[in-house]
Design a protein around this ligand. Structure first.
Ligand SMILES: [Fe+2]
Length: 147
């Protein structure tokens, strides 16, 4: 793989992660501003879920992790753990959305849901940062060795 392509891949992934973070921030504000309108929050959570599914699938199918591990086999365990986290993060977000859709006479505890959502966003941001680190380390190691 050429050096230019390596840097383009790093840029592309980091750009996607920056876009995701902007989206996280937008939904976080929606949550704060619509505590009386759970259906508005619910539709934004559903949209975020779809976006994350697409993002994770593109990382997995795009083979970034596979090529990263080919270039830097010592990162295999980290790459595996990051891929497993995709599934866990999606389930966590699905769980939050489901609590807004439960048809019950009980009031929804929107404040604690928001606290959990913010903690979910922190986990996602930390996950994406670890992916950036993995990709950078793998590709820059590869560039350094002149492959
Ligand atoms: Fe990612």
């Amino acid at each position: 793989m050429s050096v230019t392509t390596d840097y383009q891949i790093i840029d592309q992934i980091e750009q996607e992660h920056r876009d995701l973070e902007l989206h996280f921030e937008m939904v976080r504000r929606v949550f704060e501003q619509n505590e009386q309108q759970p259906h508005v929050i619910q539709s934004h959570l559903a949209e975020l879920l779809a976006l994350l599914k697409t993002h994770f699938a593109s990382e997995e199918d795009g083979g970034y992790f596979v090529s990263a591990v080919e270039m830097a086999p010592h990162l295999a365990a980290i790459a595996d753990a990051l891929e497993r986290e995709h599934e866990q993060l999606l389930k966590r977000l699905e769980g939050l959305g489901a609590r807004l859709s439960i048809d019950t006479s009980e009031p929804i505890d929107i404040v604690s849901l928001r606290v959990e959502f913010v903690s979910f966003l922190d986990a996602c941001a930390a996950h994406e940062h670890r992916e950036n680190d993995l990709i950078q380390e793998a590709y820059l190691t590869d560039i350094g060795t002149g492959d």
